[in-house]
Design a protein around this ligand. Structure first.
Ligand code: GLO
Ligand code: MG
Length: 365
């Protein structure tokens, strides 16, 4: 069986439980502690924003020291970096956007940030640079035509892809869609939007998508269908697994904490397709979680994935499922109906099939 790689954003375990209405509730965790803690609790990989490791504005010597330390630690504890990104959303300078900002000066600054982070990713051997441009959106549509925003985003992504190619880095580029938050509306909002957008880039080939379950649910979409569109296009470059009640603020719940059935169907798809990429979690420990609980959160995410993968296997091994699926497959025929139209109407045994899934997921079968 394919060996699964479990990965977490460093920002997930470094998150201190703060929210828009409350101060942090946990002590800070430094990025190296985050890496070794992840390795000790079952993860083989991590993702990061370059800024999670290197504070913006650090001198080159400081940057080089931190990278050296990170590389040493990665070697020691046996953890790899599977994706790098950049925080082009927290600094107030990006409050009206990064790549899509109305200020040319700020767009240049965003490009500069991304390029510097691409260099960091390269030094950590990250095979992917994933961009979630959280400020590239709007509340005031009168401020900017959405078409101009898309053209600026296009120019920005073209420049970054070009930079990666010119540097000769062995790195792909991806876009992580999200419908809203922190902006009222983000321009690159769903997998479908992003696939359409990528097709208009200068070199669509090296650019893919990183769907996040919570983001699909926030848009009221079926996460497994979102992931399927990325797979179908050959563009599933990564995935962010977590839990989310639909149509709400970004909850980033532990994987398994919500939407059990949706999570099952995402795992089913990834496992059935033997998708080779890392199973990355992008969630937050609850605000009520203490420092120790953060590692229970990590183990919980991983365990939830493993349990759902076992449930997928159980589903395939179940004789009743096999019988029902064989019956469904038998309808897929062009043979003419030789009963002269007198055949009984088709019976779709979907009630039964859906209930079997329920029994498997509730452990009653
Ligand atoms: C926020 C996003 C964010 C990205 C990260 C990628 O909603 O999910 O956590 O995944 O910035 O670098
Ligand atoms: Mg994410």
């Amino acid at each position: 069986m394919m060996k699964r790689i479990f990965s977490f954003g460093l920002w997930t375990v470094m998150h201190r439980g703060g929210d828009p209405f409350g101060q942090p509730t946990r002590a800070p965790l430094d990025p190296l502690q985050a890496m070794s803690g992840l390795a000790a609790h079952g993860a083989q990989a991590f993702e990061l924003h370059a800024e999670d490791l290197i504070a913006p504005g650090s001198q080159d010597a400081e940057r080089d020291r931190l990278i050296r330390e990170a590389r040493g630690l990665m070697e020691d504890v046996g953890i790899i970096c599977v994706a790098c990104g950049s925080d082009v959303f927290s600094d107030p300078v990006f409050r009206d956007g990064g790549l899509a900002s109305n200020e040319a000066r700020v767009r240049r600054q965003a490009i500069g940030r991304y390029k510097a982070a691409i260099d960091v990713g390269h030094l950590l051997n990250a095979p992917l640079f994933n961009i979630w441009g959280g400020r590239d959106g709007a509340e005031v549509d009168a401020s900017r035509s959405p078409l101009d925003a898309l053209k600026r985003l296009r120019d920005g992504f073209n420049e970054l892809a070009d930079y990666i190619a010119r540097q000769g880095y062995n790195m792909r580029l991806s876009i992580e869609p999200k419908p809203n938050e922190p902006r009222g509306d983000l321009y690159l909002s769903t997998v479908g939007h992003v696939l359409g957008f990528i097709a208009r880039l200068d070199h669509p080939d090296g650019v893919g998508v990183v769907p996040e379950l919570a983001h699909a649910a926030m848009a009221g979409l079926n996460p497994a269908h979102e992931v399927a569109h990325a797979l179908y296009a050959g563009k599933l470059y990564g995935i962010h697994l977590n839990g989310q009640r639909p149509l709400r603020f970004d909850q980033d719940l532990r994987f398994g904490a919500a939407s059990l059935k949706d999570s099952f169907f995402v795992v089913k798809l990834l496992e059935e397709e033997a998708w080779p990429g890392p199973r990355s979690f992008d969630a937050r420990p609850y605000r009520t979680t203490d420092e120790q609980g953060v590692w229970q959160f990590v183990e919980g995410c991983i365990r939830a994935y493993q349990i759902l993968a076992e449930k997928v296997q159980q589903y395939h091994d179940d004789p009743e499922v096999q019988h029902l699926l064989a019956e469904i497959a038998s309808w897929d025929t062009e043979e003419p109906d030789d009963t002269g139209g007198a055949s009984a109407p088709r019976v779709f045994a979907y009630e039964q099939l859906d209930h079997v899934v329920f029994e498997i997921l509730t452990g009653t079968r």
